[in-house]
Structures are given as structure tokens and as C-alpha cells.
Design a protein around this ligand. Structure first.
Ligand code: MTE
Ligand code: MO
Length: 384
């Protein structure tokens, strides 16, 4: 079969689908470290992992509505200034299983582990586009290009055996501070095959689907990518839309994440002794470079709330107290407190734009089960 050349994987990953390989980080491993290890990082694929090498035969073409067309090698990419960013990658389907429990949705089931935080190293897309004579901060090229499309070499059934692809707006691609990378490193090492070796796009603050792995082509086009994952998937519909009345063109492709957080130190149904302390730990994260303002925790089912402490700075490269150094990254939070079961522990985060999470999953239910950022609730039974 075409799945004969899959890379080895850590057996501790929670496998949600074997073919194509889709696996998430178990809860406890999510909060083990601020930077998720490569082997425990979630893996989201739509086809077999391509077999590539970064020898002289590997080129990425840059073309479309640009003044200069190019074929760039790994050496060309490595010659550009190297940037390192800490960014959380999250699948738009993270927390889908909980949404599906209210009403069935279509898609691979994910608990709360379809995300991870990594140190990505590579060239800036804005620098690559400069080689093609597209200056910084270009919203539209002279020839009318407004979108940058990334095409992979992997094949998937959703594209009828064609490659995976996606696009982002040209202005985002050419803005240096948007930190869009053509990455060749993850956590200081050469990218692994599962995560896009030899080159992948990393679009921080944006749903994982736009961070195309195994990059083959960069193209500046007049229109956004017409591929399946932009036009027929990863869009959000109101709860009233179902498969019999869906109009795909009526909605835009998802880009930025909403604010989200989850408890990782406890299972959804746990038990504890009355009056004893429990450790509540988890992650909080928002899209578009909006940092986390605070995380509120309730141990009495939502009657009273206290703010959790952050411990995200541990293990961060380039530690600094400025907000900016981790604007693309998650925050890990902790609260140790007495609880009185039976009770519900609830967490909700607020981002730097004062966005809050919706209380109930019903209000944001959508048929594809994307962007579930409702309050995360853990029920605790009395262990005594
Ligand atoms: N790129 C290619 N070429 N093929 C894919 O299937 N999956 C996308 C994105 N890039 C995908 C891809 C989706 S939906 C997500 S969430 C992320 O990659 C997952 O990245 P990871 O496997 O490195 O965690
Ligand atoms: Mo995804």
C-alpha cells in the first residue's frame, strides 16, 4: 500500500485514526513542558507521509503573479536570515469529540490534545517573497496577486488524489511581524517527516490547516486557494446549518483561532476526596497574536471564580518579560485549591482583546465540529 513508508511514532500518542495517521498528545503530556517534544506533538495528516530528501533535487518553486519566478533550494532557504519563533499549532478540530457529544459532527474525533507548542526555525516567508520581487507589506502585486497559495507534495483523497494545499492573504505573508515561516527546524532539530520534512509553512495564530507541510510550491494568485480544505472544509456554520442545507461558498475559510483553554491534569470525570487539595493545570491559547490576559477557574460549578497562576515561562528560549516573545504561544496555568466533591471544575480564559469563551457548546455547534472553545468542565466525584 501507499502507507508502507510511515515513520516510527511514539506509542504513547493517542491514535484517533491509523490511516491516514492522526494522533494527539495525551492530557498529562500536554502540560509536561512548555515546549512540546517532537515525538509527543499531535500529528494530523490527510494522506501518507511523503518520502523526501533535502538533497539537490529538492526545490520549492515561487511563481504566479510575481515579477520574478524562482526555484529555491534548501541552501537558498538556509542562506536567508534565520528566525526562531515559539508558536502553538492547533487543529481547528481540537475538542471536536466534546462537540459531537451534543450532536454528531463529521470529522476525526479529538479530545483536547490536537495542539502543541514548538520552537520553529526557518526563513521568513516575507524574505522568500522578496526574492521574487514582492516587497514587504504588499496587499496586491502589480499583476493583481492578493493571496499566497502553498501546495504540498502529499496526496489526499479529499483532493481526488491531488496534493494538499491552502492559502493566506498576501499582506499577512509579506508582513515581517506576522512571523510566517518557511520552517526547516522544530525544537532546534531538522523537521521530522511527520511534521513536514524538509520544509513546511508555519502560520502562527492561524488554524493548523494553513501550515502546509512538505512544501512544493508557493504561488501568488488573484484568488484564495480553491482547494478542498479552504472551500469545503474548515469553515464555520451556525448551528442551524446541516448537510441538507449547507452552502459552502457563503462562508469564509477559517483563519485566526478564538480564545480557548482546557484542564489537562484531570480527566473529564475524576474523583477526589472532600476538602482535599487538587492540582488544576492546563493550557490557554488565543489566535492572531492575541496573548492570554488571564485564566479563571471555578471549583464550585461556576458560582465563584479565582484566577490561575501562569507557569509558561519555564523552558522558554529567549526568556523576556515582554508580552511579544510568546504572543503566538500558549500559556500553561496552574491552581492548587481545596475542593468539595461532587462538583464541577470549570476553566475559561480571556485574551488580550478581552474576548471570552462561550459557556455552552450548543451555541457554537457546527456540522464540521470546528473551533470548540466552550468552557471546559471536569466533573469530580467524591472519592471517600
Ligand atoms: N499539510 C499537508 N501537506 N498535509 C496535511 O494533511 N494537515 C494540516 C496541516 N498541514 C496537513 C498539512 C492540518 S489540518 C493540521 S492541523 C496541521 O498540518 C498539523 O500539523 P502537524 O501534523 O505537524 O501537527
Ligand atoms: Mo487540522
Amino acid at each position: 500500500t501507499t502507507y508502507d513508508n510511515e515513520p516510527p511514532r511514539n506509542p504513547l500518542l493517542k491514535v484517533n485514526a491509523k490511516v491516514p495517521f492522526n494522533a494527539e498528545t495525551p492530557r498529562s503530556a500536554l502540560i509536561d513542558a512548555y515546549v512540546t517534544s517532537v515525538d509527543m506533538f499531535y500529528k494530523r495528516n490527510h494522506g501518507p507521509i511523503p518520502v523526501l530528501d533535502d538533497s539537490d533535487r529538492y526545490f520549492v518553486t515561487v511563481g504566479g503573479l510575481v515579477q520574478r519566478h524562482l526555484a529555491i533550494s534548501m541552501d537558498d532557504i538556509r542562506m536567508l536570515p534565520k528566525y526562531t519563533i515559539v508558536a502553538t499549532l492547533q487543529c481547528a478540530g481540537n475538542r471536536r469529540t466534546a462537540m459531537s457529544k451534543k450532536r454528531t459532527v463529521k470529522g476525526v474525533g479529538w479530545d483536547i490534545g490536537a495542539l502543541g507548542n514548538a520552537v520553529w526555525g526557518g526563513a521568513r516567508l516575507s524574505d522568500v517573497l522578496k526574492l521574487a520581487k514582492v516587497p514587504e507589506y504588499t496587499a496586491v502585486t502589480e499583476a493583481g496577486g492578493r493571496h499566497v497559495e502553498f501546495t504540498s507534495v502529499d496526496v489526499c483523497k479529499e483532493e481526488n488524489g491531488g496534493p494538499y494545499k491552502a492559502s493566506i492573504p498576501l499582506l499577512q505573508a509579506t508582513s515581517p511581524e506576522a512571523d510566517v515561516l518557511i520552517a526547516y527546524e522544530m525544537n532546534g532539530k531538522v523537521l521530522s517527516r511527520d511534521h513536514g520534512y524538509p520544509l513546511r509553512v508555519v502560520v502562527p495564530g492561524t488554524i493548523g490547516a494553513r501550515s502546509v507541510k512538505w512544501l512544493d510550491k508557493i504561488e501568488v494568485n488573484a484568488n484564495e486557494c480553491q482547494g478542498f480544505f479552504m472551500q469545503k472544509d474548515y469553515k464555520m456554520f451556525p448551528p442551524t446549518v446541516d448537510w441538507d442545507n449547507i452552502k459552502w461558498p457563503s462562508r469564509r475559510p477559517l483563519m485566526d483561532f478564538p480564545v480557548n483553554c482546557a484542564i489537562c491534569s484531570l480527566e473529564d470525570v475524576s474523583s477526589a476526596e472532600w476538602g482535599k487539595k487538587v492540582i488544576i493545570r492546563g493550557y490557554a491559547f488565543s489566535g492572531g497574536g492575541r496573548g492570554i490576559e488571564r485564566v479563571d477557574v471555578s471549583v464550585d460549578g461556576g458560582k465563584t471564580w479565582v484566577e490561575a497562576r501562569r507557569y509558561q515561562k519555564e523552558g522558554v528560549p529567549y526568556v523576556s518579560d515582554t508580552e511579544d516573545c510568546d504572543k503566538w504561544a500558549w500559556v500553561l496555568f496552574e491552581l492548587q485549591t481545596e475542593i468539595h466533591p461532587p462538583t464541577d471544575i470549570i476553566v475559561k480564559a480571556v485574551d488580550s482583546a478581552a474576548n471570552v469563551q462561550p459557556e455552552k457548546v450548543e451555541t457554537i455547534w457546527n456540522l464540521r465540529g470546528v473551533l470548540n472553545n466552550s468552557w471546559h468542565v471536569v466533573h469530580v466525584n467524591n472519592a471517600a
